[in-house]
Design a protein around this ligand. Structure first.
Ligand SMILES: [Zn+2]
Length: 94
């Protein structure tokens, strides 16, 4: 990039790109619009970003500690061992 071009502008009126050539007044070479009179750029539409990190159980009182839950886990762990010992156990499972 040549250093003598100054600040790059995009004309707010006609949209042409130009450099102000380090002039005190940045005028569009096509339409002559003073870029200092350009209105502030419109803010982009705000996107609602929902935090997905939170789980449904976060902050809500859900009955996570079910006294029957550990018992069920123990049965699931015993099932493969029992199935391995008895060959007919495989037919019972869908
Ligand atoms: Zn222009």
């Amino acid at each position: 990039m040549p250093p003598n071009l100054g600040v790059k502008y995009i004309c707010f009126k006609c949209g042409s790109k130009f450099y102000d050539l380090k002039r005190p007044v940045p005028l569009c070479p096509k339409c002559g619009a003073d870029q200092r009179d350009s209105p502030p750029p419109a803010p982009p539409p705000v996107e609602r970003k929902r935090p997905r990190a939170k789980t449904p159980s976060d902050g809500e009182a859900l009955p996570v500690t079910d006294p029957e839950a550990p018992a069920l886990e123990d049965e699931d762990e015993e099932e493969p061992e029992a199935a391995a010992g008895a060959g007919e156990a495989f037919e019972e499972e869908p």
